[in-house]
Design a protein around this ligand. Structure first.
Ligand code: ZN
Length: 140
C-alpha cells in the first residue's frame, strides 16, 4: 500500500462510525474504470447503477480483525453484500464448530428435555362404581 494516499486516509473512530459522504464518493470513484463510467461492484463485476444505493463492505471483515477504514472498504451491491455477509457468517460458524470439536467441546451440551405430557389417569375412576345395564337388572 504505497503511494495510494494523496489525501489523508479516513479511519473510523469506532467500528460503528458513519462513513462520511466524501469518503463514500472517493471509494466509488476508485471503482470507476473511467472517470465518468459507473463504478464496478468488485463482487459480481457488474456496474452499480445510479438507482441502486451501494453498501460499503469491509474487504477484511471486522469479525476477522479487519479495520473500519477507507482502504478496507469497497462499494458493492446491497444484494452482493447480503450474500457475502451470509456466506461469511456461515463460514465462521463452521470454523467455530470445527474448533470446538477439536477442543473436545460438544457445543450442544446436554439436551434440554421437557417433562413431557403427564400420563393421563386411567379411565376407570368414576366416583360411583360403574354398573353395567345387565348387572342393574339383577339388583332390586
Ligand atoms: Zn455486485
Amino acid at each position: 500500500m504505497t503511494g495510494r494516499n494523496l489525501h489523508q486516509e479516513w479511519v473510523g473512530k469506532t467500528s460503528l462510525a458513519e462513513i462520511p459522504p466524501s469518503v463514500k464518493r472517493r471509494i466509488l470513484d476508485s471503482q470507476r474504470p473511467e472517470p465518468n463510467a459507473l463504478p464496478i461492484c468488485p463482487c459480481c463485476g457488474r456496474p452499480i447503477r445510479v438507482d441502486v444505493t451501494p453498501e460499503y463492505d469491509h474487504r477484511k471483515p471486522l469479525a476477522d480483525g479487519g479495520e473500519h477504514r477507507e482502504t478496507n472498504l469497497r462499494a458493492i451491491h446491497p444484494r452482493c453484500h447480503k450474500r457475502k455477509t451470509a456466506k461469511e457468517a456461515h463460514e465462521r460458524a463452521l470454523a467455530r464448530a470445527a474448533q470446538m470439536s477439536a477442543y473436545g467441546i460438544d457445543r450442544r451440551g446436554p439436551k434440554m428435555r421437557g417433562a413431557g405430557f403427564r400420563k393421563a389417569p386411567g379411565q376407570h375412576t368414576a366416583t360411583r362404581p360403574i354398573i353395567r345395564k345387565s348387572e342393574r337388572r339383577e339388583q332390586p
